[in-house]
Design a binder for this molecule. Sequence first.
Ligand code: SAH
Length: 354
Amino acid sequence: MTPLVPVLLRRIAADGPLSVAQFMAECLLHPEHGYYTTRDPLGAAGDFTTAPEISQMFGELVGLALAQAWLDQGRPAPFALAEPGPGRGTLMADMLRATAGVPGFHAAAQVRLIEASPTLRARQRATLAAHDVTWHDTLDALPQMPLFLVANEFFDALPIRQFRRAPDGWSEIRVAARDGALLFAAAPPVPQTALAHRLRDTRPGDIVELCPSAAAAVQAIAARIQTHGGAAIIIDYGDWRSLGDTLQAVRGHASEPVLANPGQADLTAHVDFEALSAAAAPARVTPMTAQGVFLARLGIAERARLLARAMTGAALDQHHAAFQRLTDPGEMGSLFKTIAIHPQGAPAPPGYDP
Ligand code: SAH
């Protein structure tokens, strides 16, 4: 039993079953026993890896796409160069290196990281030691100024609620306790205003997911972009509109049952890009684009060839494998999607137009 289990059992005994969102929030961010609070989960020795950890090309191209949006909007200064959920700080470091040659960009940029985990903040401080960085607890704390932001695998870590469709209502799926063990249990069905539109495209028994904090996060980002200018590039795994149970636990690069090791496995759910896009109004949102297509349009093949010239042997093999992994439809190329938020009247960042 993990140290978080007795904490969860006490809370259930006192308050009743937890929503999946409450369970997920405790597992990921409990101050003492939370998954992100207590460890650096990234990389080969950790539990999972992410695009910026696979290749420097990812952060370079995303950084240059944001810099192009900044140029297109007349080089606003100062501006916030922000990232929620920056992991090891690798993506921001690659963006800063790639944009060092864009005249005026670094002088105008204030680097702002939104990170809940003290362990990962320390890791980011080390990675970005050469830069002046400010940390915030939430996106709402970002200053009111032009905002150029990237979020990679941030939204999939935000807590979701799950509902099973009943004939004329929704049963919330909750985490309950029996005989000292955790189990999933469905609450009695009730109508859900937030899911009224899903009565048309679902049938009894179907599961749908809602991520209330994702909508709030997009609103905080989009309001700044619409008012002050800027652009946000959001990349994650998921699809247009949620359907089905997508909650998964990953530990040591393998998936395991969600309730098996609370606090010691990464928990994520697919991102609903329709819900993110709807929350961005009145700012504009690009069409949802597959990661492989996006990176191809930004020139990843050319960048890969250039880097390959200086490589031989195992390093070259690894470089080819990384390119495949980021772009191939059978790997991350189509499971991962991206949208960008930009102000009405300003062009989208490059990479989204056919
Ligand atoms: N973007 C990074 C890391 C993704 S892992 C990469 O691509 O490698 C998810 C990150 O989000 C971690 O840094 C985690 O600590 C952070 N995180 C998770 N929930 C958060 C929250 N509610 N607020 C701020 N950061 C959060």
